[in-house]
Design a protein around this ligand. Structure first.
Ligand SMILES: Cc1ncc(COP(=O)(O)O)c(C=O)c1O
Length: 393
């Protein structure tokens, strides 16, 4: 029927390529196959018990209504204190807008800072939803090619060549999904200086903050109060399904962000906010730190395993829980390689095509979200897969 027509922007949003892998993985599991999941971008931990308990208590006590649009004042206070204690940065709680996940913060940020017709610079590869949030406001991402040998960083010396009249700002992430690369404070300072000079905004997505194994664990807020920062309880606190994140805005943007938050979400989930009040308790932070150490060990196991396969791991992968690996020496097309690997050896990975354009068919992302024994087993299976193909070819 003629009027059964979706808005044209829907066509500009690409589905996740990894869904094809995931669906097939589920089908194989339903047949009783033992699939190793290294494709999922969420921790295999659940929220620390203290947080979960606080959520149950909030539910029982009926603390289930809307909260103020920008979040519970006590939670904003706790986040602010966390910045002061861990990162020695003063952040006025009024600048913190609590959102439904970092996803809510990205949506808010797009509406707040990007005009329709604008473009926003971001590295290729990067988190795929960024460009789709921009589509929702009639804008687009301008992906800038990066090199693995350079930690997948945007070359700042060439920034003005990419910047045009429609460029509204630059969005970075550290640690990065999919590469695990961590930007330095010096890099962020230079990026901010350049972006400011060009008259745009800088957003740094710090959703993997705290999950740093080498390199600096800092916040871009230490560089300037004018930098926008996104964060979330999803990764470090393993609260993906609780849907809670935040956006830090400069003082002059508080009123605008508040208006948008009221209209876009009314409020972030109240139960999750009450639960998250416990997230910064010492005992919880200790538990999260122990998990970070577990992830660090897994990273080392996987890095060594991938090197033993003869695959180059050029990107330093200092943080998050991802390795972005060039498989072009053993695969013509990374997507097909992922599907064949799953079929033959029951290991699920995410193809690079989900994250960018340049060399996307050469890369796959490994998420080390399962224990060391499973990681070792996955590497052994991949080894068989590569050998079988070499023998056949
Ligand atoms: C870089 C990055 N930003 C934002 C998000 C969204 O996270 P959430 O909405 O769960 O906080 C993700 C999720 O994987 C991510 O990797």
């Amino acid at each position: 029927m003629e009027n059964k027509k979706l808005a044209s922007r829907v066509g500009k949003v690409a589905p996740f390529q990894v869904m094809a892998v995931l669906e097939r993985a589920k089908a194989l599991q339903a047949q009783g196959e033992d699939v190793i999941h290294l494709e999922v971008g969420e921790p295999d931990f659940v929220a620390p018990a203290t947080i979960a308990k606080a959520g149950v208590e909030a539910t029982e006590q009926g603390k289930t209504g809307y909260t103020s649009a920008t979040g519970l004042p006590e939670l904003k206070q706790k986040i602010s204190q966390h910045y002061a204690k861990r990162y020695q940065v003063e952040v006025d709680p009024a600048r913190i807008i609590v959102t439904p996940g970092a996803s809510g913060a990205l949506l808010l940020m797009s509406s707040l800072m990007v005009e329709s017709g604008d473009n926003v610079l971001m590295p290729d590869p990067c988190y795929p939803c960024n460009r789709h949030f921009l589509v929702q406001v009639g804008a687009e991402a301008k992906l800038i090619e990066t090199q693995a040998t350079n930690g997948f960083e945007i070359e700042l010396s060439s920034l003005d060549q990419h910047w045009d009249n429609a460029t509204s700002g630059m969005w970075l992430a550290s640690p990065s999904n999919p590469t695990g690369a961590v930007l330095s404070q010096e890099y962020i300072a230079e990026a901010w200086q350049k972006v400011q000079h060009l008259g745009g905004h800088l957003l740094v997505d710090e959703i993997y903050q705290g999950l740093v194994y080498d390199g600096e664990d800092f916040t871009a807020l230490s560089v300037s109060d004018e930098v926008f920062v996104i964060n979330s309880f999803s990764k470090y606190f393993a609260m993906t399904g609780w849907r809670l994140g935040w956006l830090v805005v400069p003082e002059w943007a508080i009123e605008g962000a508040t208006k948008l938050a009221q209209n876009l979400f009314i409020s972030a989930p109240s139960i999750s906010q009450y639960a998250a009040l416990k997230a910064f308790d010492d005992e919880v932070l200790l538990e999260c730190e122990a998990r970070r150490q577990t992830l660090a060990k897994r990273r080392d196991v996987l890095l060594a395993g991938i090197q033993s396969l003869g695959l180059p791991v050029v990107a330093p992968a200092q943080g998050a829980f991802y390795l972005y690996v060039d498989v072009s020496s053993v695969a013509d097309d990374a997507m097909q390689w992922c599907l064949d690997l799953l079929e033959e050896q029951k290991v699920a990975l995410t193809p690079g095509a989900d994250f960018g354009v340049k060399d996307a068919d050469k890369y796959v992302r490994f998420a080390y979200t399962c224990d060391e024994a499973r990681l070792t087993e996955a590497v052994a299976r991949i080894q068989n897969f590569i050998r079988n193909r070499q023998d056949a070819g």
